[in-house]
Each structure stands twice: as structure tokens, then as C-alpha cells.
Design a protein around this ligand. Structure first.
Ligand code: NDP
Length: 443
């Protein structure tokens, strides 16, 4: 049995009941097996044993009071996975589905995503099973203050810099930042995704979605296609989905679907994004409200199954939202490109099917790296005590996404499968991280 396959067995055995973490390890290391199994040094230096074991896992209790005065208790996590390339960096997710396995999968993915950006950042992730939905601002603040009152001792601008993710936007980052500053008495760039009134980066909110579209455009152009007049099917209606939709529309496409955790909308002539923004960003309502304002649109309750005709699909909600039947629906409807906005939205069987079918496939660790790239820009903006312009950030982001595509396309070509961007992304990032680990000795 090869070194990589032995490591998969070990990871599954030693991390029981963490299926998302197993999936992330296999999804990353199997496409890189060509370089790993061909180089004995990796095995001699136990690179895979070390890379699959987090540097540190922090789990803590978060007690807070709700509006009725009752004491509530949630679980908090921070997994500092690997800092070979720089300070730990990765978001915080507040969602009832969060557990240690989910945080480990996200932290593991983050190591390699951050390596692709070319910026000096290591990989981490954190969060809580707290659900901000339906909570008042006061309850969210109370929770955030309690969460950071434990986490503050483990993070810092040169150590570990958390950001947002599902359920954590500028409001939550603001509450976390305020309490951190109070505890440490320092104003430093310890969190990214801050509002503009708090030394945040203009363009951070848009960066993951815009970056996804810039990356996808590069992939399409390299294959003789583009966004113009294409139908884009998007899942989710949160931060990534909204700005992926906005940039797709800017590029001449129409967005025909969006969803939330209750259901999905289909607008064959194209969604009016200003209505979605009003529903989601201003009024904080459910997506079914959309059909009240657009007569051609239909609402379907329940899970989105990717069953409508489209040219390009962008899963932007959560993990494992494209399973084998969904992948078959997309192929049957002649969708020619999948670009992952969410982290690990496509399961292993579906990725295999897309690659065998010749569907262009942009893996999350490359395609959604625009968010963390902008976060790294926010870190340098904060440490330089500067304030950058939106236009500068957008141009820089575009350049970063283009370079990521060029690097992974060149790596796929080097290994004889020029259109296999999954392989290109995983080999390129694995090499970066492992070379840095090797040069730092056995630690
Ligand atoms: P948001 O919380 O802003 O939005 C998430 C969206 O997905 C919401 O519409 C939400 O619906 C929906 N959703 C969440 N969980 C589920 C579920 N289990 N089933 C169906 N729908 C669901 O999060 P983001 O947009 O920030 O993140 C989306 C994805 O992108 C995540 O995978 C995240 O890790 C990834 N990502 C985010 C980055 C960022 O900068 N924000 C950077 C890189 C990756 P509802 O409101 O009903 O819960």
C-alpha cells in the first residue's frame, strides 16, 4: 500500500466520527499522490503524519445570557493546524452543525488554500455551534464577548488572525474585536473582515465572490469560453453567493438560482440581485420572499438539487451540497463548468465524475482563495497603519486570482493532465507547504 493510502487509513482510525475531516484529507492528498509517493524524503520526514495532525486544538465553553436572562452554553473551537508559511489564518464559523470534525476539515483545507495565495499565512479555523439566526444584537454581542474572552489568549496579530465565515460577518467581527481590544489594551490587526469604521479593508466583503468569478473567468478563457450570456446556477444567498452573483452579472451572465437553508428560487430570465440584497443584507429575511417581487421566479422548498438548465454552477453555501445525483443532474443539463465558492461543496464521487466527463472544475482551495487573500491584505494594511482604496484592492485581487490560476494550470500541465485543476491545485500547494516544513527541521 502506498504512503498516502496508509495515511488515509491512519487518519480514519485515529479521528473517528469526523467524516468531513477524512474527506478533506483524501480530497487534498490523493490528487497530490504522484509527487508524494514518488519522493521518499516525505516519508522519511513523516511529512504526512505531521501535516494531518493539527499543531493545536483548542476547545472551550462559551457561557452567555440571552434576552430573558437565562444562561446559555455553547462549545467554542480553534484548530491551529499548520503555521509553516506564516501566522495561523482562517475564519470562524457560527452554525449549529459545527463540531470538531467540521473545524478540522476547514482548518486542513485552509493550509493549502493559503499556500496557493503566495502570501505568508498558515492554516487554521474555528467557530462554535452557536446559531446567530433569530438572536438579537445584544445576544450576539453577549455570545461574542464570552467567546473571545477565552480565545484572546491564543491569538494575536503575529500568531493567529481569525476572520469570518458562515454566520460571522462584520457585526460579529466588530463585537469580537471590541472585547479583544478591551482585554489586551492593544489596537492591532488581530481579526480580519472588520467593518470600514474599524480599519477594515474596502473590498473584503466582496472579495471571495468576486475572486471566485475572476478565477472562473481565467479557467473559461483558457478553454475558449467566457461568462457572456451564460446561465449561472448559484447556491446560497450569503456573503460569497451574493458577490459571486454580482460579478457574474457584471461579466454579462444571468444568475438563475440562489438558495438558503429552507429552499431555493429559480428565475429563468435572471435574478434581480438588488431584491436579493434587500431581502438578505437589509431585512434579514428568507429567500422565498423573492417571488413576491419577480413574477417569472418560482420558489421550491427544501434542498437544492441542481436540476435546472445552466452553463456554469457555483456552489456557494456549505460542504457536500453537490452529491452524485446532483452532479448527474448538472451533466445531464450540459453544465460545462463547476466553480466551488463554498469549502468542499462537492463530494469525492462527484469530483471524479466531473473530471471523467471533461467538465471544467475549479476546486475551492483555489477558486475561493480571494477571501483569504483580501484578509492578508487587511493584515498588511493594519500593520502599516494604512487605508487602501477599493479600486486598488480589486485590481490586486484580480492579479492574485490570475496568478493562482496560472500556477495551478502550469502544474497540471507539468503532470500531464492540463485540464485537471484539482490535481494542479493540490500538488502546487502541497509542495509549497512541505518544502517550508522540511526547511524548518523536525518540529
Ligand atoms: P454566509 O453565512 O454569509 O452564507 C451562507 C449561505 O449558505 C446562506 O445563504 C445559508 O442559508 C446557506 N447555508 C448555510 N448552511 C447551509 C446548509 N447546511 N444547507 C443549505 N444552505 C446553507 O456564509 P458565507 O457566504 O461567508 O460562506 C459560504 C461558504 O463559503 C462556506 O462554505 C464558507 O466556508 C465559504 N467561504 C467563505 C469565505 C468568506 O470570505 N466569507 C471565504 C472562503 C470560503 P441560511 O441563511 O438559511 O443559513
Amino acid at each position: 500500500m502506498s504512503y498516502t493510502e496508509r495515511i488515509f487509513e491512519k487518519v480514519i482510525k485515529e479521528n473517528p466520527n469526523e467524516p468531513e475531516f477524512h474527506q478533506a484529507v483524501i480530497e487534498t492528498l490523493r490528487p497530490a499522490a504522484k509527487v508524494i509517493d514518488g519522493n521518499k524524503l516525505y516519508e522519511e520526514l513523516a511529512i504526512l503524519e505531521r501535516i494531518t495532525e493539527a499543531d493545536r486544538q483548542i476547545k472551550f465553553r462559551v457561557s452567555w445570557r440571552d434576552d430573558k436572562g437565562s444562561v446559555r452554553v455553547n462549545k467554542g473551537y480553534r484548530v491551529q493546524f499548520n503555521n509553516a508559511l506564516g501566522p495561523y489564518k482562517g475564519g470562524l464559523r457560527f452554525h449549529p452543525s459545527v463540531n470538531i470534525g467540521v473545524i478540522k476539515f476547514l482548518g486542513f483545507e485552509q493550509i493549502f488554500k493559503n499556500a496557493l495565495t503566495g502570501m505568508p499565512i498558515g492554516g487554521a479555523k474555528g467557530g462554535s455551534d452557536f446559531d446567530p439566526k433569530g438572536k438579537s444584537d445584544f445576544e450576539v454581542m453577549s455570545f461574542c464577548q464570552s467567546f473571545i474572552t477565552e480565545l484572546f489568549r491564543h491569538i494575536g496579530a503575529q500568531t493567529d488572525v481569525p476572520a469570518g465565515d458562515i454566520g460571522v460577518g462584520a457585526r460579529e467581527i466588530g463585537f469580537l474585536y471590541g472585547q479583544y481590544k478591551r482585554l489586551k489594551n492593544v489596537h492591532e490587526g488581530v481579526l480580519t473582515g472588520k467593518g470600514l469604521e474599524l480599519d477594515g479593508l474596502p473590498g473584503r466583503k466582496e472579495a471571495t465572490g468576486y475572486g471566485l468569478v475572476y478565477f472562473t473567468e481565467e479557467m473559461l478563457l483558457a478553454n475558449g469560453k467566457n461568462f457572456s450570456n451564460k446561465r449561472v446556477s448559484i447556491s446560497g444567498a450569503g456573503n460569497v453567493a451574493i458577490y459571486a452573483a454580482e460579478k457574474s452579472i457584471d461579466m454579462g451572465a444571468s444568475v438563475v438560482t440562489m438558495s438558503d437553508s429552507n429552499g431555493w428560487i429559480y428565475a429563468p430570465k435572471g435574478i434581480d440581485l438588488s431584491i436579493i440584497k434587500d431581502i438578505k443584507e437589509v431585512k434579514n429575511l428568507r429567500i422565498h420572499e423573492y417571488v413576491k417581487f419577480d413574477a417569472q421566479a418560482k420558489y421550491f422548498q427544501g434542498r437544492f438539487d441542481w436540476s435546472v438548465p445552466c452553463d456554469i454552477a457555483m456552489p456557494c453555501a456549505t460542504q457536500n451540497e453537490i452529491l452524485l445525483n446532483d452532479a448527474k443532474n448538472l451533466i445531464k443539463n450540459q453544465c460545462f463548468a463547476i466553480a466551488e465558492g463554498a469549502n468542499m461543496p462537492t463530494d469525492l464521487a462527484s469530483i471524479k465524475l466531473f473530471l471523467e466527463n471533461g467538465t471544467l472544475f475549479a476546486p475551492a482551495k483555489a477558486a475561493n482563495a480571494g477571501g483569504v487573500s483580501a484578509s492578508a491584505l487587511e493584515m498588511s494594511q493594519n500593520s502599516m497603519k494604512m487605508k487602501w482604496e477599493f479600486a486598488y484592492v480589486e485590481e490586486t485581487l484580480k492579479g492574485i486570482m490570475k496568478r493562482i490560476f496560472a500556477k495551478i494550470a502550469a502544474t497540471s500541465e507539468e503532470f500531464g493532465e492540463p485540464k485537471n485543476y484539482v490535481m494542479g491545485a493540490n500538488i502546487h500547494s502541497f509542495r509549497n507547504v512541505s518544502e517550508s516544513m522540511i526547511s524548518q527541521g523536525v518540529i
